[in-house]
Design a protein around this ligand. Structure first.
Ligand code: 6PG
Length: 249
């Protein structure tokens, strides 16, 4: 399916464009299917988008009672840890909008048995979508993604085992670089999405972004290259992150 690259002036322009995409996709999905399933990304970039969505300019455009929140990846920390992707979303989006727990499907990343926590998350996803794991991957209406300076996305880091996972939807992925386990959607689940929206900002991403978008296929080194959804793929990048992209003539 088509992929679109939009180069915007700066981070704030990315947030505005992402908020417009989010509200339009939510409206369409709720009208068509009565609900909007979204998997949020983590890290720091989405914070500005989440805060913008809670302002009067945007929050009134979405029937939040129909939105089901998931996370595309999580650190193996408790929900109130400063590094928790869920914790950041709760502070900047879920609490300000008073989203009820019944619509919040967080990864229980604090559990000692991480493998079971990943399997339970898969079961929770399957239950909401009414699909079994041996069937086709569930189709999230929207998956938000970021990209790290090394070209990783979600918690699919270079040369880690999750890159090759072809059956599971959610796995525990050991990341030697940080000597930690992460929970992550697999490429299979990410690529089942109806819409994938990357938010990439900052000069520190420029080299990796050029390699991901215009370099030779090398997904072991640049895992973001694995993201080829059945649906639409939109890259919202700012000028600094796009600085190494060659202009298409
Ligand atoms: C995480 C994220 C990760 C993030 C990128 C970009 O848990 O860290 O899900 O994939 O999107 O690392 O992070 P920044 O937006 O903070 O640069």
């Amino acid at each position: 399916m088509p992929s679109t690259i939009r180069i915007l002036a700066d981070k704030e322009a990315i947030f505005r464009a992402a908020a417009n995409e989010f509200t339009c996709l939510a409206e369409d999905a709720i009208e068509a299917r009565g609900k909007f399933s979204v998997a949020l990304s983590g890290g720091s970039t989405p914070r500005g988008l989440f805060e913008l969505l809670t302002t009067d300019a945007y929050k009134k455009q979405v029937d939040w009672t129909r939105v089901e929140f998931f996370w595309g990846d999580e650190r193996s920390v408790p929900p109130d840890d400063k590094d928790s992707n869920y914790g950041m979303a709760r502070e900047t989006l879920l609490a300000p909008l008073a989203i009820p727990d019944t619509q919040i499907h967080r990864i229980q990343a604090e559990r000692a048995d991480r493998e079971q926590a990943a399997k339970d998350y898969e079961a929770e996803i399957g239950k909401l979508f009414g699909v079994k794991q041996d069937g086709s991957a569930p189709a999230f209406d929207l998956i938000l993604l970021g990209m790290g300076p090394c070209g990783h996305t979600a918690s699919l880091f270079p040369h880690t085992t999750a890159l090759k996972e072809s059956r599971r939807w959610v796995v525990v992925n050991h990341v030697p670089k940080f000597d930690t386990d992460r929970f992550t959607f697999t490429p299979r689940l990410l690529n089942g999405a109806v819409n994938v929206l990357f938010l990439v900002s900052g000069a520190d991403k420029a080299d990796a972004l050029a390699a991901v978008l215009q370099g030779k296929p090398n997904p072991e080194e640049y895992p973001s290259q694995l993201i080829k959804p059945a649906g639409n793929l939109v890259w919202l990048i700012d000028k600094a992150a796009g600085a190494q992209l060659k202009k298409r003539t």
